[in-house]
Write a protein that binds this ligand. Sequence first.
Ligand code: HEM
Length: 136
Amino acid sequence: MLYVKALHIVFVVSWFAGLFYLPRLFVNHAMVEDAVTRERLALMEHKLYRFMTPLGVLAVGFGLWLWFGFAFQGGWLHAKTALVGVLIAYHLLCGKLMRDLAADRCVRSHVWFRVFNEIPVLILFAITFLVVLKPF
Ligand code: HEM
């Protein structure tokens, strides 16, 4: 079980590196006018999204293996899984925003992206406290 949990944490951390950095690239993308920089940012975003997606799948996969493989239970796990559902929706929304920015059809401002960038931080706090403290 501990090997599965260790791999779960490794892929959670790696996935979050992408969830933190990709929206930061969106902030920069929404601020620049020149086509060369926008194209380079679009390429960086595309490569990062392609890299972080399998990491998210593995993080969730090992989490589900822990849940069902080792009979964990409790309200904390349901609350945690609900928050992970929000994270997956956030990840997919990042994919859509990335495509919109690359096609110059995104109307969101850099200020909007700065606020958007904080959402994974709040979810990380909530999930970590839930899984470590198991309050219910
Ligand atoms: C559907 C997705 C997920 C499921 C089903 C899941 C399930 C679990 C389970 C059953 C454990 C073992 C708890 C224990 O040993 O006490 C665990 C550990 C952990 N999970 Fe997840 N997890 C998921 C996603 C995530 C995500 C997205 C995060 C990001 C913050 C996360 C963070 C952690 C941490 C930090 C631990 C270690 C807790 C400890 O050792 O006390 N998990 N997870």
